[in-house]
Design a protein around this ligand. Structure first.
Ligand SMILES: Nc1nc2c(c(=O)[nH]1)N[C@H]1C(S)=C(S)[C@@H](COP(=O)(O)O)O[C@H]1N2
Ligand SMILES: [Mo]
Length: 387
């Protein structure tokens, strides 16, 4: 008997294959605040975003002014700081169980192909109150499979593909009663099946400009539909191997502990983090005269969405409108809701997203079986006071 989770995964796969793709020709893009429009602040959480700290930066989602997040405001986070990788001497190494190990310069990669990918993602730790570890980009680069072809493809024994960044740091590895301090590169892996069914992409530009150091210059991996940790920045090496990769950021750091009901038994499960759970949250409420407008963000794994809805207080769920400029399969989705008849006093506003496989964004109560804080896609009610 498949568990609920594996069944959902199967369903999701089917729909993802049917994919909406890039259907929409953008008809409108959400503007910055229009003249006469003012922000109605949320009263339930600190209204200020922290200034960039060291190498990390959150995206102040109240300032969203178009489908794509500008490179100089794009959120950024990583474990070992920002290494400097000179584009001139750069080589991407393809090693291990590939038919013809190669190393490719940026020019050689560009000759393999150059296409665009619209992809919005969040860090798996993105959550309330700020929800600022997310962004949407128009990336330029080449599909990973075309680059693997330059290495003659994967050998039959290759079962795991490991992606190493140029950044490294000292880590403690515990083994029973022993502890070792070892240098590790940031490393993430995908199984061959995950890779083949993904649209993994190597990007050298964001919104038409070469990647900044924050964004992983000169080259980064993007795994559309997956949480941020998969998008290895400062990509240095792609290594194919037979064994599972058990590096810290694969095997330990990015996982979720849940209490699950499996065939009538309560079981504690730990699972690695991969694709984004469908999620939405409100970015701001604005007022123009007597008219109120709600703007929100939805993030998902590329499975078509059935609906994004907004609810005011105890009212019914009402459909929100998705900005057609964000309709691409892996784009984040921006949505608006025109709030008419707002009455004076305090109100609670919340959004939820439902995808085509029937997955509904859960409430925090429904997510209580998830014990660790990553993958928090719970509905996030916000309060505003209407004067
Ligand atoms: N090389 C490298 N890549 C990395 C990381 C890292 O520490 N090192 N952090 C990952 C995590 S956890 C996230 S959320 C994203 C953040 O991407 P951004 O800084 O472009 O927003 O980068 C990912 N790629
Ligand atoms: Mo992350």
């Amino acid at each position: 008997m498949p568990t609920d989770r594996t069944r959902r995964k199967l369903l999701r796969g089917t729909f993802a294959a049917a994919g909406l793709g890039m259907l929409g020709i953008p008809e409108w893009a959400l503007p910055a605040l229009a003249q006469g429009e003012t922000i109605v602040p949320f009263t339930d959480a600190p209204p200020t975003f922290p200034p960039p700290k060291g190498d990390s930066r959150q995206y102040d989602i109240r300032t969203i002014d178009g489908p794509f997040s500008p490179a100089d405001r794009f959120f950024t986070t990583q474990h070992y700081g920002h290494p400097v990788v000179e584009p001139a001497g750069f080589r991407l190494k393809l090693t291990g169980l590939v038919n013809r190990p190669v190393s490719l310069s940026l020019d050689e990669l560009r000759k393999v192909g150059s296409t665009e990918l619209i992809f919005g993602f969040e860090c798996s730790g993105n959550r309330r109150p700020l929800q600022g570890l997310c962004g949407n980009g128009r990336w330029t680069g080449v599909p990973l499979r075309a680059v693997l072809d330059r290495a003659g493809g994967l050998k039959p024994q290759a079962r795991e593909i490991v992606f190493f960044g140029a950044d490294r740091g000292q880590e403690e590895v515990e083994f029973r009663t022993q502890k070792f301090s070892v240098e590790q590169q940031y490393g993430r892996s995908m199984t061959r099946e995950q890779l083949v069914s993904s649209d993994a992409f190597l990007a050298w530009a964001l919104n038409g400009e070469p990647l900044t150091r924050h964004q992983g210059s000169p080259l980064r991996l993007l795994v559309p539909g997956w949480y941020g940790m998969a998008n290895v920045k400062w990509l240095a090496q792609v290594h194919a191997q037979e064994d599972a990769f058990l590096g810290k950021f694969q095997a330990r750091h990015y996982r979720t502990l849940r209490e699950e009901n499996i065939d009538g038994d309560k079981k504690w499960t730990e699972a690695g983090i991969s694709t984004m759970q469908p999620k939405s949250f409100l970015a701001r409420v604005t007022r123009d005269g007597a008219n109120y407008k709600v703007l929100g963000v939805a993030l998902h794994d590329g499975t078509p969405l059935k609906s994004i809805e907004v609810r005011i207080d105890d009212g019914p769920w009402q459909p929100a409108t998705i900005d057609p400029a964000t309709r691409a399969k892996y784009s984040w989705k921006l949505f608006t809701y025109a709030w008419t008849n707002a009455t004076p006093g305090e109100h609670t506003l919340v959004s939820r997203v439902t995808d085509a496989t029937g997955r509904v964004q859960p409430t925090s109560e429904e997510l209580e079986s998830k014990k660790t804080f990553l993958e928090d896609n719970s509905q996030y009610p916000r309060k505003v006071t209407i004067a």
